[in-house]
Design a protein around this ligand. Structure first.
Ligand SMILES: Cc1cc2nc3c(=O)[nH]c(=O)nc-3n(C[C@H](O)[C@H](O)[C@H](O)COP(=O)(O)O)c2cc1C
Length: 216
């Protein structure tokens, strides 16, 4: 059993395509949460945010013989990749899910990563930041929220959506190819969405009060 006094928040990159725009959007969100000088920023200083890239984990399609809800210790998972994933997720007290929208839903990669585990997610707050075309991936966020509830997680009500076409007329095409969409030059393009990201994070940090990470 290990514990830490500073809560750790895992910022999950939910797309594992290669190439993809997800790392640029995740960096944008990560920088807002870490560099903000408002009250929320001070809260960010009291938590540690680490990125969890599903492309790096590259989990196979869920291949465990047992329903994860029956697992009480990570060693009961059959596969080493599941044991590693369990230990990774157990480190975090809450999550920021940065997700694209695929065909009006969330990508299979995040569903797969969620389905592998159960107790490791349970009771933990999670905020969802979606991105996409003009709809900003909101349909994906709404569906994902339902899955998080089913896992016993606490989804944050405010779910910011980032419309990539607002950055520039060719940002969607560039992002899909993994090319720089120019977020550093267009930092003001999502000013309203930035406020929502901070509000959502504020609520997430509030829910973390008194919570520390517990390893299964
Ligand atoms: C399989 C697939 C389905 C997509 N479906 C949608 C969609 O329903 N709505 C949307 O706004 N964009 C859609 N897009 C465009 C994505 O928003 C865009 O490709 C974005 O770059 C995907 O994020 P990623 O590059 O991080 O994977 C889709 C892209 C892919 C690859």
């Amino acid at each position: 059993m290990a514990s830490s006094t500073i809560p750790m928040i895992g910022l999950i990159l939910c797309s594992q395509r290669k190439p993809r725009v997800c790392p640029q959007i995740a960096d944008y969100v990560f920088n807002i949460l870490n560099n903000d000088s408002s009250q929320t920023g001070q809260k960010a200083a009291r938590v540690k945010i680490r990125k969890i890239d599903l492309a790096t984990w590259n989990l196979p399609m869920m291949d465990e013989p047992l329903n994860p809800s029956k697992i009480t210790h990570f060693s009961q998972y059959l596969h080493q990749h599941t044991q590693n994933w369990s230990q990774e997720i157990s480190k975090y007290s809450g999550f920021v899910l940065v997700t694209p929208q695929y065909n009006r839903g969330y990508p299979a990669s995040i569903k797969n990563a969620l389905d592998y585990l159960a107790h490791e997610w349970k009771g933990k707050p999670a905020m969802v930041v979606s991105y996409g075309g003009r709809g900003a991936g909101r349909k994906a966020a709404i569906q994902l929220k339902d899955v998080l509830l089913s896992l016993g997680m606490v989804p944050i009500e405010t779910m910011p959506g980032l419309p990539i076409p607002s950055v520039s007329s060719d940002a969607m095409a560039k992002g899909s190819r993994g090319e720089d969409i120019g977020l550093s030059e267009h930092r003001d393009v999502w000013k309203e969405e930035e406020k929502e990201i901070l509000k959502s994070f504020d609520d997430l940090v509030y829910l973390l009060s008194g919570r520390t990470s517990v390893v299964l």
